[in-house]
Design a protein around this ligand. Structure first.
Ligand code: PEP
Ligand code: MG
Length: 608
């Protein structure tokens, strides 16, 4: 059992049969995991255990002093920045924060707790500052009471420093490989998960196409998100099933359920094995229409799976994942090495390298303090950020252009919204290329440049954009979010997020038509492109290239090989006539069952 106050609370093993809780969330990363659970602390931060040993006191005092110093400096820097950007009013607040962090009484009180009560630095800070905030809140003076919020800001700043110093992540503290249950996991945290220790995860928050979901799928960790509040119940339980296909979490499953799920997991991997043996068969419909299948990667290690599972190339390399856990950001040379490794591993197969898509839910650590946006998905993200920050964009382009001579490389700009952005981005590419040539570097001429179509504005302007780019890549994850005005990470509106919405289908059809008229290639690289349910529809809409997480390739190939293009066209035409996402989904489900009756049933029909 974990000591009280730890970041992880594994419930007590108890021999009594507990009632089974079946929870429904959003399936975001396929697969089935059964095992013991650990519940992460839900303060939003990963707290270490409260108590420390006598031997650890000296080190803990050093950590405390160091944390206070760095947090104080950070507040002073923030003050300086606020003074120039926002004016004295805000800067004065931050100056007061810096003074308070440096206050000798705070340090003395926290040190006393570490020394005399053997409490970790984080808990010492929480206990001292929480007591102070509570005292302020009780005061009748509303001005003073409002200062409690300042105290909590200071607390968060110091804790951020202290926790940041800890080399270990929560998973290093897992007693055995386990299922992790948490309020939320950021894409950064998810990227750091070790699939050998974390068998699956489930979170209260999160939406269908969040980047946390995308990373989980890349790591092949079954995951369900958007379950709503359930951690209080989970803390009373010992084990769980995470069904990442159906979006179910079953807490304390009874024996027959466990048996059924374990059998389903075995069956699932056998089926995957059989299908992946067919990776070399052409992705061709029954009536000989050829489709190009590509892989999406976030990490260089995924190249192996792409190659093994028969991807003809990489249709989307999300380069921002090189940045998410890096502080400072990777240098031009480090990026060059990463791109070169991937290009070489592909041995001549094409690769589409997307420039940085940072911002919104993908904040690199080094940027966290720089940003506070109230609508980050509508804010300074992606290509907008790259255009605004040449210190970020130019080194990436230099690395990319240098690597472009090593293979069949294409560049992709994310979240493009206007022609003006496209022209600005292309001008920078030209400038960087000229700079490299002047320095004596080889640079590939006529490097293909494409754009992600993931904002309705770009889809609506596709006929114009098509004249100035070499290819389109439809990013349905964002396209759905912006078309339907549904935050892709928000579980409370997840019901409204659907690739089957007729408005989304119309936009896709427009983009495909613009590409056809102007003779450029078009791919779908959002989640929709890798979901067998949508394969017929996309083929019928005219798509001949799909890019997806490598592990989706076998199932999508199976669907392509099992349908006629005429049938797919009829399904797409019918879908475009329908007026709701529900009607489109029902049509696609029935068309898929009809064309491929051996499509597997959900793992646990009894529970559905
Ligand atoms: C998309 O939006 O569909 C896409 C592929 O990009 P990302 O998921 O990285 O935002
Ligand atoms: Mg996107």
């Amino acid at each position: 059992m974990q000591p009280p106050g730890t970041s992880i609370s594994a419930p007590d093993p108890t021999p009594m049969a507990a009632p089974m809780h079946v929870l429904r969330g959003i399936a975001v990363s396929p697969g089935i995991a059964v095992g013991p659970i650990v519940v992460l602390d839900t303060r939003g931060i990963r707290l270490p255990p409260r108590k420390i040993t006598a031997e650890a006191v000296k080190r803990e005092l050093e950590r405390l002093d160091h944390g206070l110093e760095v947090a104080g400096r950070e507040a002073e820097e923030a003050e300086g920045e606020a003074r120039t950007r926002l004016g004295p009013q805000y800067a004065d607040i931050l100056a007061a924060h810096a003074r308070m962090i440096g206050d000798i009484t705070l340090r003395a009180a926290a040190r006393a707790r570490v020394e005399h009560e053997q409490v970790s630095a984080e808990h010492a800070i929480i206990e001292v500052l929480e007591a102070h905030a509570t005292r302020l809140e009780r005061l009748r003076d509303s001005h003073l009471a409002a200062r409690a919020a300042d105290v909590r800001d200071i607390e968060a700043r110091i804790l951020g420093q202290l926790i940041g110093q800890r080399p270990k992540s929560f998973q290093d503290e897992l007693p055995t490989p386990a299922l992790v249950l948490a309020q939320d996991l950021s894409p950064c945290e998810t990227a750091g998960l070790d699939p050998n220790r974390v068998l699956g995860f489930a979170t209260e928050a999160g939406g269908r196409a969040s980047h946390t979901a995308i990373v989980a799928a890349a790591l092949e960790i079954p995951a369900v998100v958007g379950l709503g509040k359930f951690l209080d119940i989970a803390r009373q339980c010992r084990m769980a099933v995470i069904d990442g296909d159906e979006g179910l979490v079953i807490l304390d499953p009874d024996l027959p359920t466990q048996v059924r799920y374990r059998a389903a997991a075995v069956e699932r991997s056998a089926r995957f094995h059989v299908l992946s043996q067919q990776a070399n068969l052409p992705a061709e419909t029954l009536d000989s229409t050829r489709v190009k299948l590509w892989g999406n990667i976030e990490f260089t290690a995924e190249i192996d799976a792409c190659v093994k599972l028969g991807a003809e190339g990489v249709g989307l390399f999300r380069t921002e994942f090189l940045f998410l856990n890096a502080k400072p950001p990777p240098s031009e040379d480090q990026q060059f090495q990463a791109y070169a490794a991937v290009i070489r591993a592909l041995r001549g197969r094409p690769i589409v390298i997307r420039t940085l898509d940072l911002g919104a839910d993908k904040l690199g650590r080094y940027r966290e303090s720089a940003y506070v946006e109230s609508n980050p998905f509508l804010g300074l993200r992606s290509l907008r950020l790259s255009l605004r920050d040449p210190g970020l964009f130019r080194p990436q382009l230099r690395a990319l252009l240098r690597a472009s001579t090593l293979g069949d490389v294409r560049i992709l700009f994310p979240l493009l919204t206007t022609l003006a952005e496209l022209r600005a981005a292309r001008a920078i590419v030209r400038d960087v290329a000229a700079e490299l040539v002047a320095e004596g570097h080889a640079v590939r001429e006529n490097l293909p440049v494409g754009i992600m179509v993931e904002v309705p504005a770009a889809a609506l302007m596709a006929d114009h954009l098509a004249k100035e780019v070499d290819f389109f890549s439809i990013g349905t994850n964002d396209l759905i979010q912006y078309t339907l005005a549904v935050d892709r990470t928000n579980e409370t509106v997840a019901e409204l997020y659907s690739a089957a919405d007729p408005s989304v289908l119309r936009l896709i059809a427009m983009v495909v038509e613009a590409a056809r008229v102007h003779g450029i290639e078009v791919t779908v690289c959002g989640k929709m492109g890798g979901e067998p349910l949508y394969t017929m529809l996309l083929l019928g809409l005219g798509l001949r290239q799909l890019s997806m997480p490598p592990h989706q390739l076998p199932e999508v190939r199976r669907v392509i090989r099992g349908v006629r293009i005429e049938t797919a066209r009829a399904v797409a035409a019918e879908a475009l006539r329908l007026d709701t996402a529900q009607a489109v989904t029902a049509l696609l489900e029935s068309a898929l069952r009809q064309a491929l009756p051996d499509t597997p049933e959900p793992a646990a029909p009894a529970i559905r």
